[in-house]
Write a protein of this length. Sequence first.
Length: 71
Amino acid sequence: IGIKPEDLDLLFQPFRQIDSGLSRTHDGTGLGLAICRRLLELMGGQIFAVSEWSKGSEFIVLLPLQGAIKS
C-alpha cells in the first residue's frame, strides 16, 4: 500500500512499473497512467499522485470545464 517517494516520478512514464520483481501479483504494460496523463494534457488538465508509503495513495485529476453555451 502506498508508493515510495522516490518512485512517484516514475509512475507516469510509459512502460514503467514500480513493482517489477518476480513476486509481482499484477500484470500490465505500464502504459495506463502514461496514457491518462497524455489525454488529460491534451484536454488542458493534469493528473498527479500523492502517496504515503505503507498508508495509501491518492490520484488527483484536474480537468478544466467550460459552461455550455445556450442556444
